[in-house]
Design a protein around this ligand. Structure first.
Ligand SMILES: Nc1ncnc2c1ncn2[C@@H]1O[C@H](COP(=O)(O)OP(=O)(O)OP(=O)(O)O)[C@@H](O)[C@H]1O
Ligand SMILES: [Mg+2]
Length: 443
């Protein structure tokens, strides 16, 4: 794919000056370097480059440049499993288009569906982004319909980015239809929708999804190699005595282990930060080794994992059964490939029958009237959501609420805790493993 001239940086070559240990108080300087590196690995820290996403960045830049220069409306759907750099790529391309590309000025509104209290609030957010004024969702929809229904040569183009678009799915999909229908209006916006599922639009708004004008940009999951390149790009500026703070082997180990589970770059960044803390503690304890090694990464995985396993251990029995139901539901609905499992989200209604079945196998259901299974499930998932083991697409959950398991928690962790901690554990695991074996056979 041809790269648009001067497109945002995507990690080819060294992109910034290195950060090295200063002279003077060596220990202080070393710790300063570690802290700066840790801060740069925070999720809130925006890296200078989108490493290894040259094709995706070029496609997005070209799409937006073309639409903006022709003053044309249009829609692009970006999909990919969590932590694959979608939000980062979009923000970098917009930054480039606004500041460096020489494009005529345009309006940009970025809305994240995940932070809205209801899907239709997206209209309020968009209208407020365009006009600076707050209003009700209904009024905002009316005003936006009017704006996009009228062609105005004097107005700047409107670029709408709707991230976490899947959070805007409603029973009638009216919000999604409105967003995408605007792009076929005379004064319509350029819409960029971002979500995790490849087929979200085909499943929800097939009439729009089959339109020839809808462009699509899938972000493939990071594999071992691509994640390694991301980690190199994120850490290569930090040098100790002209040696990278992280050894190549350490970064390779981290990318291999994360890509085996989910390929979510967030998880890898989290582990690198934990490894830095371990190295700092070791140096303060007298170690003369200043670079982060594979040993630190292995320890860091253990300390990150023990947090999650510890959290499962603190759960009530109904919550653990609800977790089991979720994992089996994801496994059955998405197949057993790891990268699919991590990006999956299933609904409360899918988990309910499994929850009832496993509650029965554990004998726990004798403690509640079966009619209360639903309220037990709601309480269990709400509590799991609050400790970060599960993410619910809305609160309080309804039958159609989507659930995503924490990517830090593997099925093996649950199996381990359930087998060790609960007297009913082996009975439930037997039922679960039989069901999984049946599913695998039929795949
Ligand atoms: N190619 C990359 N280069 C540098 N950093 C990256 C890259 N990909 C991801 N990251 C970092 O990983 C984290 C997650 O990336 P991002 O938020 O863009 O993921 P996403 O695909 O939008 O995930 P989600 O679907 O969960 O919203 C961010 O901190 C981001 O800076
Ligand atoms: Mg994102």
């Amino acid at each position: 794919m041809a790269r648009t001239r001067g497109a945002p940086k995507t990690g080819a070559g060294r992109q910034r000056d290195s950060d090295t240990v200063c002279s003077g108080n060596e220990l202080q300087c070393f710790r300063g370097l570690l802290h700066r590196c840790c801060r740069s690995l925070e999720l809130s820290s925006v890296p200078e480059v989108v490493a290894g996403r040259a094709d995706e960045v070029a496609f997005l830049t070209q799409f937006l440049c073309e639409k903006l220069s022709k003053r044309q409306s249009g829609s692009l759907y970006i999909s990919g499993v969590p932590g694959t750099g979608k939000t980062l790529a979009v923000s970098k391309v917009l930054e480039y288009l606004e500041n460096e590309s020489g494009q005529d000025p345009f309006n940009v509104v970025i809305v994240n569906g995940g932070v809205l209290s209801t899907p239709k609030r997206v209209f309020t957010a968009i209208w407020s982004g365009l006009s600076g004024k707050k209003t009700t969702p209904e009024k905002a929809l009316e005003l936006l319909d009017r704006r996009f229904g009228t062609l105005s040569k004097d107005r700047q183009c409107d670029v709408l980015v709707v991230d976490e678009l899947d959070r805007l799915v409603t029973r009638d999909c009216a919000v999604l239809y409105s967003l995408f229908d605007w792009t076929s209006q005379p004064g319509g916006p350029i819409l960029v929708g971002v979500a995790n599922t490849l087929t979200l639009l085909d499943d929800t708004i097939p009439r729009v999804a089959s339109r020839a004008g809808l462009a699509r940009l899938p972000f493939s999951p990071y594999n071992n190699h691509t994640l390694f390149n991301v980690l190199v790009a994120r850490t290569q500026a930090y040098l100790v005595d002209n040696t990278p703070l992280f050894s190549q082997e350490a970064l390779k180990l981290c990318s291999r282990r994360v890509s085996n589970i989910s390929g979510d770059a967030r998880r890898a960044l989290h582990v690198l930060k934990a490894a830095i803390c371990l190295r700092e503690a070791a140096v303060l304890g007298g170690s003369s080794q200043s670079t982060v090694s594979t040993g630190d990464i292995t320890q860091a995985f253990k300390s990150c994992d023990s947090g999650v396993v510890g959290a499962v251990r603190m759960c009530a029995s109904t919550e653990v059964v609800a977790l089991i139901a979720l994992y089996v539901c994801v496994r059955v609905s998405q197949g057993q490939r790891q990268e699919e499992r991590s990006g999956a989200n299933v609904s409360m209604s899918g988990c309910l029958p499994l929850f009832c079945r496993y509650a029965k196998a554990s004998g726990l259901d004798s403690q509640w009237n079966i009619e209360h299974s639903w309220s037990c499930l709601v309480t269990a998932y709400t509590s799991l959501h609050s400790v970060g083991l599960v993410t619910l697409s809305c609160l309080p959950p309804t039958l159609s609420t989507k659930l995503t398991p924490s990517d830090l928690l593997a099925w093996e962790d649950i199996e381990f805790v359930v087998g060790e901690d609960w007297t009913w554990g082996p009975d439930v695991l037997r039922v679960v493993n039989l069901e999984i074996a049946d599913t695998d056979k039929s795949e």
